[in-house]
Design a protein around this ligand. Structure first.
Ligand SMILES: C=C(O[C@H]1C=CC=C(C(=O)O)[C@@H]1O)C(=O)O
Length: 422
């Protein structure tokens, strides 16, 4: 296990101050060019910048280590929180590796956080920043004039070959479902600007959570887990259809809802979340039928799950990171059974997912917070500010057609491509 924190353990704990803001700001417009942190949906959520503290962690037990780190750090802070709602006071943004035992998960405590929910707005500063010093929104730079795309780990034909191989394994009875992803490389003629990309994603995908942590940016429609006090909620997605025009769009929607293949793929994802969450809950409510979530580029089968966490016992004491550790990876991003699916992914995908398809979101010092799955996203390249790596994946089950799955990844890539191109 490895862990690295940028502040010394003996440093004097900084003061954390939250004040109410008289006017609700446009959150994304406040972000600076570098180091943007975001979790915003329909104008509400949290943005942050600056680094008061940071943890990078990987290895078996990485999330338990991160939970202990945040508990220690947040308990040592001198907090003056005049607002007292989920997301006020000390907050850490997190982007967790798809495989936290092998990949690096990143936790960032911003110097400044601005939050907005239900008519309330607030600002939290850690350390010396002035809690009344809201930055003026900066104009966005123009979009790139030229974008060049290149295959990632696998070209489309090779990726279709991987899908065929997965379908054969499913036919042999090794597993019921596996989610296979691919990457696409993009290079622009100018450095990519996170603020511009987040602004475009939020405008086009108001039903998604627009996130940014340590250079991983996207707009995800999938909520892995929200915790508010003892109340838990999740939005499970699996099963996707393309969009069409007019009557064709209605036909595609009805076809998705009636498709036995997509219903089976969806049921496995719901089942994996419910099985993992159930031991922590006194009550868990799961609709019998999925609904449709319609986005500009695709449509998904969706199930909203709500639960109440146990008050006492080992499971009642579990914090949000413990719960995330228990439920991730669901069959929306991995497969069934998970261990076999994980091995098939490692064998067939030919790439390192990094933090794609991992949990991403925020956590406060009370234990409230929200984690989505890092989907419809891109990782900005550290060594080339004009380049990024886009990701998209699909659930593969019995009867999956490689060409249709390839088209589905293209529809999913289109979410980030639209932000790059507009
Ligand atoms: C793995 C992804 O999507 C998941 C979430 C919703 C629908 C999915 C599907 O229908 O395959 C995937 O399970 C992705 O967008 O990269």
């Amino acid at each position: 296990m490895t862990a690295a924190a940028v502040t010394s353990p003996d440093a004097v704990a900084p003061a954390v101050t939250t004040v109410a803001l008289p006017d609700a700001p446009d959150l994304l417009s406040l972000l600076p060019r570098e180091g943007a942190l975001s979790w915003v949906r329909r104008g509400e959520g949290l943005v942050g910048w600056g680094e008061a503290d940071r943890l990078e962690v990987s290895g078996p037990g990485a999330l338990a280590e991160a939970a202990a780190w945040w508990a220690d750090r947040s308990a040592a802070l001198a907090v003056d929180d005049a607002v007292g709602v989920p997301g006020s006071g000390p907050v850490v943004f997190a982007s967790i590796a798809f495989d936290p035992a092998a990949g690096t998960s990143v936790f960032v405590v911003p110097e400044v956080v601005v939050g907005r929910r239900g008519g309330l707005a607030w600002m939290t500063t850690t350390g010396d920043a002035d809690p009344r010093d809201l930055p003026a929104p900066a104009p966005l730079p123009p979009s790139p004039a030229r974008l060049r795309y290149a295959d990632g780990a696998l070209d489309p034909a090779s990726w279709c070959g991987a899908v065929s191989a997965a379908v054969a394994r499913i036919g042999d009875g090794d597993l019921a479902k596996v989610v296979l992803a691919r990457d696409l490389l993009v290079t622009a003629d100018v450095p990519l600007d996170a603020r511009r990309l987040l602004d475009r994603l939020a405008a086009r995908f108001p039903d998604c959570w627009t996130f940014a942590v340590d250079g991983l940016l996207g707009a995800t429609p999938e909520l892995l887990l929200r915790r508010t006090g003892r109340q838990l909620s999740a939005r499970v997605l699996a099963g996707t259809a393309p969009r069409g025009a007019g009557a064709d769009d209605e036909r595609l929607a009805a076809g998705l809802l009636a498709s036995p293949k997509d219903r089976a793929e969806h049921a496995l994802a719901v089942d994996s979340l419910v099985r993992a969450l159930d031991p922590f809950c006194t009550a868990l409510s799961v609709p019998e039928e999925p609904s449709l979530l319609t986005l500009p580029n695709v449509r998904h089968l969706a199930t909203d799950v709500v639960g109440t966490q146990r008050r006492s016992g080992e499971r009642g004491r579990a914090g949000l990171l413990d719960l995330v550790d228990a439920v991730h990876p669901t069959a929306a991003v991995c497969g069934t059974p998970p261990d076999v699916a994980r091995a098939v992914i490692a064998e067939l995908e030919g790439m390192d997912r990094g933090r794609y398809a991992g949990p991403v979101g925020w956590l406060d010092a009370r234990g409230d917070g929200e984690f989505g799955l890092a989907l419809r996203c891109a990782q900005l390249c550290d060594d080339d500010p004009a380049s990024a790596r886009l990701f998209a994946g699909c659930g593969i089950v019995a009867g999956s057609d490689p060409a249709a799955e390839l088209a589905e990844t293209q529809s999913k890539f289109a979410a980030f491509q639209a932000a790059l191109e507009s």
